[in-house]
Design a protein around this ligand. Structure first.
Ligand code: AP5
Length: 223
């Protein structure tokens, strides 16, 4: 199985949901730049202070701040990982290649989770996240057992500030302009597979796993 993986996809496509499952079940490190940046904001670190205004506005955080929070977690011991939310532009993809080449841990697969924009807006409007463990829920599609409370750690669920409708519009525009070109970039390198993310969570996970196991059949499509 391919064990050094990037998940691409628009905001709300399910990168975090799928990455968390994959990491837990396959023993991969889950590296989410969104989670790392939110932790930096909460801790008031210099990277967090640099990031906050950009995140609140739905823009990409400057590359140097993102590299700082990510690459202190990615070292030679991190031999198997799923990257969620990184890279997000061509400069980040180039830096990732440089760092992984230096560690002799080349990327093995990039999977694009494909969901139509109209579905994404509904997903983000209904998302609730646990401030303790980071698990995501959806008020209708994936509700917790007890309303408003995390199944895993019992904390009160919160709505993310950047899930307000006007910020979601900007995040989707930024995705299409800056991140979507990475799909063609990784396809040209023979690393890309695509899964249809507009199905239930376990069906998407099955296809994702099939892609990583190199299965040609199933709904996972090699691009
Ligand atoms: P980040 O946290 O990475 O946000 P994002 O990419 O916009 O992605 P999301 O977390 O919104 O969505 P997701 O795809 O993880 O979906 P999820 O699984 O949660 O980044 C936030 C900000 O940080 C950025 O805007 C930027 O400012 C900054 N940032 C981060 N990385 C950066 C970088 N590399 N460079 C620069 N800046 C960076 O699911 C969404 C909802 O749908 C949930 O409610 C979930 O329960 C539900 N759901 C999931 N799957 C399904 C399904 N199959 N069916 C029904 N509902 C589902």
């Amino acid at each position: 199985m391919k064990r050094r993986v990037v998940l691409l996809g628009a905001p709300g496509a399910g990168k975090g949901t799928q990455a968390r499952l994959l990491a837990a079940r396959q023993g991969l490190a889950h590296l989410s730049t969104g989670d790392l940046l939110r932790a930096a904001v909460a801790a008031g670190t210099p990277a967090g202070r640099a990031a906050k205004g950009h995140m609140d506005a739905g823009r990409l955080v400057p590359d140097d701040a993102v590299f700082g929070v990510l690459f202190e977690r990615l070292d030679a011991r991190t031999t198997a990982f799923v990257l969620d939310g990184f890279p997000r532009n061509m400069a980040q993809a180039a830096e990732l290649d440089r760092r992984l080449a230096a560690l002799r841990l080349p990327l093995e697969a990039v999977v694009d989770i494909d969901v139509p924009d109209a579905r994404l807006v509904a997903r983000l409007a209904g998302r609730r996240a646990c401030p303790g463990c980071g698990r995501n829920y959806h008020v209708e599609a994936l509700p917790p057992r007890k309303a408003g409370t995390c199944d895993d750690c019992g904390r009160a669920l919160q709505q993310r500030d950047d899930d307000r409708p006007e910020v979601v519009t900007e995040r989707l525009a930024v995705y299409h302009r800056q991140t979507e070109p990475l799909v063609a970039h990784y396809a040209s390198r023979g690393l890309l597979a695509r899964v249809n993310g507009d199905r239930d969570v376990e069906a998407v996970q099955r296809d994702l796993l099939a892609c990583l196991q190199g299965a040609a059949a199933g709904a996972g499509r090699q691009a």
